[in-house]
Design a protein around this ligand. Structure first.
Ligand SMILES: NC(=O)c1ccc[n+]([C@@H]2O[C@H](COP(=O)([O-])OP(=O)(O)OC[C@H]3O[C@@H](n4cnc5c(N)ncnc54)[C@H](OP(=O)(O)O)[C@@H]3O)[C@@H](O)[C@H]2O)c1
Length: 261
């Protein structure tokens, strides 16, 4: 591999995307950073190339790939970190969730929006963002990675992939992404391409979206730092993770710990 590998990060202006950009930049990656607003600040900070574009657009995603190839001639890693359920739902007539009254994170039948309060259009929009958009990014980078016979892809998912919970009613879309990632990992393992997802738990950047008491149920007793997700992604795309593919890695302070998976 080139001494200075190249990574595309979508959603790189956001909490987890920018933390990933910092982690990869410190490891010597040259970065292509994409979001609708163009990632100006994080591009300046990391010396990356910022691009304004939407992960919902084939041509914008192809433009990000082409920019990487024009600048650096290769793509070693691609990270999907765009969007958020709460942001997607803002575009629709979704009733506000009732305020969390206590430690309802594990199970509380009364907390969270009823799933059928969410209009079908919002379900489709969430599927577009959380499932089809990462698939679009993967489709866009695969030809170059196949030609190189090398590449690592990580899509940021969420802990709902490990355990759907009532406070996150659209969360089960994560399971669809995980299914597609496992299939693609099977298909492209022999091409030298590894594809994984990462599931952050209760993170500092979304602390306003959950009750502070929920952290009592985190074995580590605190919210996660964005950088802890960025560093895990940096590991997953590195050669140190060279035999890891098709996995969903949780970074949640120990909330989900299924045995036997
Ligand atoms: N933070 C958490 O606690 C947490 C926990 C579990 C899972 N996650 C998941 O992790 C992912 C990232 O979360 P985050 O906390 O980093 O979110 P965030 O801070 O809201 O950042 C989201 C990023 O996505 C970009 N974006 C939104 N729509 C886009 C589009 N159509 N095309 C391109 N870029 C777009 C935003 O930039 P622009 O506005 O400039 O486009 C921004 O850079 C999400 O899937 C989220 O659900 C987060």
């Amino acid at each position: 591999m080139d001494k200075q590998p190249v990574a595309i990060i979508t959603g790189a202006s956001g909490g987890l995307g920018s933390a990933t950009a910092r982690a990869l930049s410190e490891k010597g990656y040259r970065l292509i950073l994409m979001s609708r607003s163009g990632c100006v600040e994080i591009a300046r900070e990391t010396g990356g190339v910022g691009i304004a574009g939407s992960v919902l657009s084939d041509s914008d995603m192809d433009k990000a790939v082409q920019t990487a190839l024009d600048h650096y001639g290769r793509i070693d890693a691609a990270i999907f970190g765009a969007g958020r359920h709460s942001e997607v739902m803002k575009g629709y007539d979704v009733p506000a969730a009732p305020p969390a009254t206590g430690d309802s994170f594990s199970y509380d039948p009364h907390y969270g929006r009823d799933v059928f309060d969410i209009p079908w259009d919002a379900w489709h929009a969430d599927y577009d963002m959380m499932v089809l958009a990462p698939m679009r990014m993967i489709k866009a980078v695969l030809p170059q990675m196949k030609a190189q016979k090398n590449g690592a892809i990580v899509a940021i998912s969420g802990i709902e992939a490990a355990q759907p919970r009532l406070p996150f009613p659209l969360g089960p879309t994560r399971l669809a992404l995980q299914g597609f990632v496992k299939m693609l990992a099977d298909r492209h393992g022999r091409d030298g391409i590894r594809i994984n997802t990462i599931s952050p738990g209760l993170m500092e950047s979304a602390a306003s979206e959950f009750h502070p008491q929920w952290t009592d149920q985190v074995p580590m007793g605190r919210v996660g730092k964005c950088r802890e997700v960025g560093d895990t992604i940096a590991f997953l795309v590195s050669q140190s993770a060279g035999y890891i593919t098709g996995q969903c890695m949780t970074v949640d302070g120990g909330v989900n710990r299924p045995l036997g998976l």
